[in-house]
Design a protein around this ligand. Structure first.
Ligand SMILES: [Cu+2]
Length: 68
């Protein structure tokens, strides 16, 4: 089990949260995605460690950015 945390910018409502959750959830091995709208913190749990680039790409796909 691996957990990684990211900060996502640009989310403004529950719809944004749902989009981010859905895109990250498509990544192979992801078991849970926790998004805090107020802080932009996204916690990703996966069976094995996943590449940060995959999460960045998924967030990008949803229309938001991962803060570096
Ligand atoms: Cu929104």
């Amino acid at each position: 089990m691996a957990t990684s945390t990211y900060t996502v910018t640009g989310m403004t409502c529950g719809h944004c949260v749902a989009s981010v959750r859905q895109e990250i959830g498509k990544i192979d091995g992801v078991t849970s995605v926790d998004v805090d709208l107020a802080s932009g913190r996204v916690q990703v749990e996966s069976a094995a460690p996943i590449a940060a680039a995959d999460v960045t790409a998924a967030v990008d796909e949803a229309g938001y950015q991962v803060a570096s």
